[in-house]
Design a protein around this ligand. Structure first.
Ligand SMILES: Cc1cc2nc3c(=O)[nH]c(=O)nc-3n(C[C@H](O)[C@H](O)[C@H](O)COP(=O)(O)OP(=O)(O)OC[C@H]3O[C@@H](n4cnc5c(N)ncnc54)[C@H](O)[C@@H]3O)c2cc1C
Length: 378
């Protein structure tokens, strides 16, 4: 399949998702509290079968392209629903990729039904972009080959923390070994010693800190091999990176459509704003950039699904271009709307707050450029 040609059924699915987002999910999002987990919204995503699209029937991650179409379409009409869906996938992604049958059986059904909320806990106050520098300690607890660990330290900027039901937590099991000394653990809420606080962000995003005061974890909680957790984190992020671009593309398209409509109706200087070439050329430029970003996102996702070797470069380019384009598209749409766009509750005011973070998380734009440059010299 050429990466740029969606099948008619895929187009139809995207249309349906946009409508579902506007009619069924947006009212639930609006009824929720900004910056807190919206359990009604998560449950609805489960009941509508959308969370079920995150994982294949055998519990492995589903197609990256499907994930992109889902995220782009939901982002167009309800960013909160998009984010709730993406966070379920990110939080449970390590279970799907590296979990045992028992771990998958315990958690994936709960997460895809929307009954359990998942979180992915990698970042720390001292380790953001440089995630391999993480310092959350996993100290051996007990003796012999079957020993467990106790987790001590802090995580921050963790989406869905501290009130998620299950956390995939990356901790240091071997000192001084960098990325080779990190293990992934499944930590259910309520473990003794686990705490945390919500954080308030610019965007309406549920996020917080996690504190670990000797939290016990056993071999049954280990995801994949001991000291093999960094690879689990990176494989999860590789799957999700193009779809962050899809989230951005959905927001960019919503902003552009709003600007096209507004400029076509707003009267000024004896005509409409769209009669002014200074305005219409901005719309044309924005539409072109969004289309380029969308194609790159689809191409990266399709390359991921085909198991092609250049996925790191493609995913980095797609995330970089799409998130930077979305920022520009939303800003342009705000400018074309004038003051009305800045009023609380306006679609563009909402998108303006939403569009900023994806240029920072899952690898800041500068980190994506470093990945692309490294690939050029490989
Ligand atoms: C809304 C939101 C949700 C998040 N959700 C999660 C989550 O669920 N789980 C999780 O683990 N983390 C999450 N994060 C954290 C996110 O992954 C980090 O913010 C990100 O990795 C960057 O780390 P930092 O913020 O500490 O910035 P730093 O690492 O301190 O970087 C700051 C800036 O320095 C520059 N920079 C950094 N490295 C380089 C480089 N190599 N080359 C050039 N410039 C560079 C970039 O401009 C970067 O923005 C979330 C963040 C946000 C904003």
């Amino acid at each position: 399949m050429p990466a740029f040609a969606l099948e008619p059924e895929q187009h139809k699915w995207c249309e349906e998702l946009r409508t579902l987002g506007a009619r069924e999910l947006r009212p639930l999002a609006e009824a929720g509290e900004e910056g807190r987990i919206n359990r009604e919204l998560v449950a609805a995503l489960g009941e509508l079968g959308l969370l079920g699209r995150l994982f294949a029937p055998d519990g492995r991650p589903a197609s990256a392209l499907d994930l992109c179409l889902l995220r782009e379409s939901l982002a167009y009409s309800c960013t909160e629903a998009e984010t709730a869906l993406a966070l379920q996938g990110l939080g449970a992604g390590p279970v799907a990729l590296a979990g045992t049958d028992a771990q998958r059986a315990r958690w994936l059904g709960e997460v895809t039904s929307g009954r359990a909320v998942a979180a992915f806990a990698l970042s720390e106050p001292g380790a953001g972009s440089d995630a391999a520098a993480l310092g959350l300690q996993a100290e051996p607890d007990g003796t012999g080959a079957g020993h467990g660990w106790r987790l001590t330290g802090e995580k921050t900027w963790i989406s869905n923390a501290p009130h998620a039901d299950v956390f995939t937590v990356f901790a240091r099991t071997t000192q001084g070994a960098g990325s080779r000394g990190v293990s992934a653990f499944l930590v259910p809420a309520g473990r003794p010693g686990l705490g945390g606080e919500p954080l308030e962000m610019l965007s309406p995003h549920p996020i917080g800190t996690l504190t670990f005061d000797g939290v016990p974890v056993s071999r049954d909680d280990l995801l994949g091999e001991a000291d093999g957790g960094f690879g689990v984190a990176m494989r999860t992020l590789n799957l999700f990176r193009p779809s962050v671009g899809a989230f951005a593309t959905g927001m960019a398209q919503a902003a552009l459509d709003a600007a096209v409509e507004h400029a076509g109706e707003r009267r000024a200087f004896g005509g409409t704003l769209s009669d002014l070439q200074a305005v219409s050329h901005q719309l044309a430029e924005t539409a072109t950039r969004i289309e380029a970003a969308r194609l790159m996102v689809y191409a990266a996702a399709a390359a991921h699904d085909r198991g092609e070797p250049d996925i790191a470069r493609r995913a980095a380019m797609a995330k970089l271009l799409a998130t930077e384009t979305a920022q520009q598209a939303v800003d342009t749409a705000v400018q074309i709307h004038g003051a009305a766009a800045l009023q609380r509750g306006h679609l563009l005011e909402h998108l303006y707050r939403e569009v900023r973070a994806p240029r920072i998380y899952e690898g800041a734009s500068e980190v994506q450029r470093s990945i692309i440059a490294k690939e050029l010299y490989r």
